[in-house]
Design a binder for this molecule. Sequence first.
Ligand SMILES: [Fe+2]
Ligand SMILES: [Fe+2]
Length: 174
Amino acid sequence: MLAELEKGPTGATGAGEDQLALRKKMTETLIIEESRHEALEEMYFWPAVRKHHSAGDTLADEATTQEQDAKHVLAELDKLDASDTRFEELLGTFIGAAREHIAFEETQVWPGLRSVLPAEVATELGTKIAEGKKTAPTRPHPHTPASPSVLKTAGPAVAAADKARDAVSGRGTG
Ligand SMILES: [Fe+2]
Ligand SMILES: [Fe+2]
């Protein structure tokens, strides 16, 4: 999705009205998927890193800070049309930060975790994350703390409210 959005065209590089509408839809889908992904990491993945990885707290603190920063960018991006120049500025900022964040997780966190996480814990974690996708929030919520207990308590209500708003506005469809 990041690579597809990077290709453009953008408002500045000659995208027509239909292309801009499609670009907005693709960005909505990106925000929905990213919001679900990070909420699930914050509920299940980072607690596992904190528990099992020897540098878990430091890694999880750094990663959740990156995730919170990205939520602020996405919350603003979600409100803009693709014809807005600020839209491309924010999308570009997000794409750069997302690539760095993915690299951080894949190179700094996963290898160490893989070597210490017992197989049954890894399987259980995978199941929880896969199942949680259905009820995860679809919006960034930068002002909600990235705390597993807060997300697990408030998460389902927040996710239901997100879905209701999505249904009314047609966000993430078409
Ligand atoms: Fe993440
Ligand atoms: Fe991730």
